[in-house]
Ligand binder design. Structure first.
Ligand code: NAD
Ligand code: 0WE
Length: 258
């Protein structure tokens, strides 16, 4: 049985009730995990207030600001985990960002700065958070990140994010190799397109969703809850033999050739 009782889980990437990270946090909580949340702070504290209200039913025992471009916020997040929890078992990395201009038009016109931003926030952050989590995962652990098919195929307009996801999936393998001897497993979930804050800002996302509904074996898109259930499985002892993998939660879309 899937049981996460007694496990401490840090969930990054909740922006609103459509976030994939919110689906994951709910399923980890349902399986009995103790939940900590980090959010991307804004100047006026509006996001903090909104996310705090949203996650209240999960009784998070930690609620911390963490912009992954800010080394001090990362440091203080993991200092707090050490002080308040003593041990970390589950890390959910569920965030990405590229400049909007870089998600349309010619990939060859991506600027050096735009490329660096996308890979810093979307790729390097997994490496840095994993490095900070490593000394706290003293009884083994499970690190899970979110990726997309655009990291292995050329999906129109995904552009620099595709390169970031390719780097993310390679990072999963190198982290799994390094952390395996400490019984820390590292995996990625490759989700099919879901309407969220990030994806809704992308032109043509509805057409992509309709395409999946027509050609994916299950003839529908996946939900945040389905991704959350897969994350709960990967975080649990049921997945004790799985590391370094990319699991597709995409209604089967990835297997199709026509
Ligand atoms: P979302 O907008 O709800 O989540 C993205 C999160 O990234 C937000 O919570 C935002 O605050 C956070 N973020 C951005 N910059 C940050 C920074 N500097 N520091 C800390 N946090 C930062 O959208 P989502 O679709 O739930 O995206 C979550 C993950 O799922 C991403 O990695 C995305 O690539 C991946 N994904 C999404 C889809 C989809 O179709 N929605 C499909 C496959 C994979
Ligand atoms: O990973 C993603 C979305 C990532 C994303 C989205 C935005 C929009 C707003 C990263 N940065 C930003 N920056 C913004 O300013 N997905 C998997 C969803 C997605 O995005 C696409 C897709 C799909 C699917 C972009 C182009 C084509 C398909």
């Amino acid at each position: 049985m899937l049981n996460l009782t007694g496990k401490n889980a840090l969930v990054t990437g909740i922006a609103n009730n459509r976030s994939i990270a919110w689906g994951i946090a709910q399923q980890l909580h349902a399986a009995g995990a103790n939940i900590g949340i980090t959010y991307l702070p804004d100047e006026r504290g509006k996001i903090e207030k909104k996310v705090a209200e949203l996650v209240e039913p999960l009784n998070p025992s930690l609620f911390l600001p963490c912009n992954v471009q800010n080394d001090e916020q990362i440091q203080s997040t993991f200092d707090t985990i050490r002080d308040k929890w003593g041990r970390l078992d589950i890390l959910i990395h569920c965030l990405a960002f590229a400049n909007r201009d870089d998600l349309t038009g010619d990939f060859s016109q991506t600027s050096r700065a735009g490329f660096a931003t996308a890979l810093d926030i979307s790729t390097y952050s997994l490496v840095q958070l994993s490095g900070a989590a490593k000394p706290l995962m003293t009884e083994g652990g499970s690190i899970i990140t979110l990726t997309y098919l655009g990291g292995v195929r050329a999906v129109p307009n995904y552009n620099v994010m595709g390169v970031a996801k390719a780097g993310l999936e390679a990072s999963v393998r190198y982290l799994a190799s390094e952390l395996g001897p400490q019984n820390i497993r590292v995996n990625a979930i490759s989700a099919g397109p879901i309407r969220t804050l990030a994806s809704s800002a992308v032109g043509g996302i509805l057409d992509m969703i309709h395409h999946v509904e027509e050609v994916a074996p299950l003839r529908r898109t996946v939900t945040q809850t389905e991704v959350g259930n897969t994350a709960a499985f990967l975080a649990s002892d049921l997945a004790s033999g799985i590391t370094g993998q990319v699991l597709y939660v995409d209604s089967g879309y990835e297997i199709m050739g026509m």
